[in-house]
Design a protein around this ligand. Structure first.
Ligand SMILES: Cc1cc2nc3c(=O)[nH]c(=O)nc-3n(C[C@H](O)[C@H](O)[C@H](O)COP(=O)(O)OP(=O)(O)OC[C@H]3O[C@@H](n4cnc5c(N)ncnc54)[C@H](O)[C@@H]3O)c2cc1C
Length: 415
């Protein structure tokens, strides 16, 4: 357990010892054969963190966390880089959805879900994007209508990552059609595996089936599952998006271990290994590519520190997380390209049993996901210009118009 007044350095040393004794090393990791095995494995690792007293370092102490400052989480993350960690739980469960629950959940909701999440018992997913478009999140057509003690939901969400294996979702739905779009939304906790929800998996270009589309057909949701106030779901969604940009950009205090996209924030042995494998360690072009990737990582680390500190001190707007998200997307794509360039002609013909090679090829195929997941690059640029740099807002035809009067909102999900 955390001792009262333990300094960051004392905490770091205790974490170092505990990690060495309790967590498997990444070098010894045998990749689980299936998604289901990976999830079981990560649930166990999350439980190990909980049992060891290192789960939820920045989560409130009265809801299962340690209630410590981000410096403690940062120290733990630095120490944990050589170890296998429950990465599946980082995003969106811990970094985005549990974080939003801390900010907006009722005491009862937090007590019900936060300790269970920190024990690895609940995996969460976001039900935000819809088939009509994910960028215009406030244009949600999925609807929820109050019926006595419950809400009845109808409509469809899409691009939800691994919804089929998750336990709960945060779902944004329209609850009021008579006010402008941002003012008629409500955020709900939705239990995933129950009657009224059909989940279809979508095959992607790299062969994976993680993306899902959900169909809600008179789904019943208890009234106590509303997060925040009815019709004020946009406040909850906005906070969720702030957490998302921080988590996806690598600046969240709620996640443990290496950041998304596989990038560690220190030296990256992968690029050197790829150059060596291709017999190109002395090739000046290959050396330049390895250096490019390394510099991106150094800049990422400095950027994360600067934006996190700036947002905390108030010198940067909270929306500055969009800078991290954009940087992560642009360099994430570049990183996959460098991997392929380093591998040269081998890159198009990895052997069947070459796990690393196949993983690189698949990451390359799905690389544009970095530029879309968590909000597209164009949307991040809009946010940076409007909310960080204070430039004029983009024109919108539907601003201040009751949602039912906006052209195109023909309410396909109306019951
Ligand atoms: C890896 C990954 C994981 C994801 N996980 C989830 C998830 O778990 N849950 C979930 O709900 N969604 C998820 N998404 C969906 C993601 O949030 C959306 O793809 C994203 O918000 C964009 O929405 P869209 O795909 O509908 O594109 P659209 O909104 O239709 O946009 C199409 C294009 O138009 C551009 N555009 C749109 N509006 C503007 C504007 N105002 N100014 C300039 N350009 C604009 C966009 O940048 C984009 O290039 C995920 C996506 C990816 C790739």
């Amino acid at each position: 357990m955390t001792t009262v007044n333990e300094t960051v350095e004392e905490f770091r040393l205790r974490a170092r010892t505990w990690l060495a004794e309790s967590m498997p090393r990444l070098d010894d990791r045998v990749a689980p054969a299936t998604r289901a095995e990976l999830l079981d494995h990560d649930r166990e690792l999350q439980r190990t963190l909980w049992d060891g007293g290192f789960a939820g370092i920045c989560f409130p102490a009265d809801h299962g966390g340690l209630g410590l400052d981000p410096e403690y989480q940062q120290a733990f993350t630095q120490e944990s880089l050589p170890y296998d960690m429950p990465f599946t739980f980082n995003v969106p469960t811990l970094g985005i959805l549990a974080a939003t629950l801390v900010d907006f959940g009722t005491k009862e909701q937090k007590q019900r879900h936060l300790p269970a999440i920190l024990r690895g018992e609940e995996l969460w997913v976001q039900f935000l994007s819809e088939p009509t478009g994910g960028s215009d999140l406030a244009g949600s057509l999925t609807r929820a209508d109050r019926d006595g003690d419950v809400w009845i939901m109808n409509g469809s969400k899409i691009w939800s990552t691994a919804a089929y294996e998750s336990d709960y979702a945060m779902c944004l739905a329209r609850t009021n059609w008579d006010v402008p779009k941002h003012r008629g939304l409500t955020m709900f906790i939705v239990k995933i595996h129950q009657p009224g929800i059909q989940i279809d998996q979508i095959r992607q270009v790299d062969g994976s089936m993680e993306f899902c589309q959900e169909f809600f057909d008179d789904l019943t949701i208890p009234a106590e599952n509303v997060i925040g106030d009815v019709d004020d779901g946009w406040s909850v969604a906005s906070r969720l998006l702030l957490h998302e940009r921080a988590a996806v950009g690598g600046g969240s205090p709620y996640t443990s271990g290496r950041t998304l996209g596989g990038a560690t924030r220190g030296r990256d042995p992968l690029m050197v290994r790829l150059a060596r494998r291709a017999g190109r360690v002395d090739d000046p072009i290959a050396r330049q590519l390895v250096a490019d990737a390394h510099v991106d990582q150094l800049v990422a680390a400095a950027l994360v520190s600067r934006v996190t500190e700036g947002s905390r001190s108030g010198s940067l707007a909270p929306a500055a997380g969009a800078i991290l998200k954009l940087f992560n997307a642009v360099t994430g794509v570049r990183r996959t390209e460098i991997m392929l360039e380093l591998a040269g002609s081998d890159a198009i013909d990895w052997a069947e049993d070459d796990e690393e090679g196949n993983s690189i090829a698949n990451t390359f195929l799905s690389r544009q996901g970095y530029c879309l997941g968590g909000g597209s690059n164009e949307i991040q640029r809009n946010i940076i210009s409007e909310r960080v740099l204070g430039m004029p807002r983009e024109w919108a035809a539907d601003r201040d118009v009751p949602f039912r009067d906006v052209r195109g909102n023909s309410m396909p999900t109306t019951r």
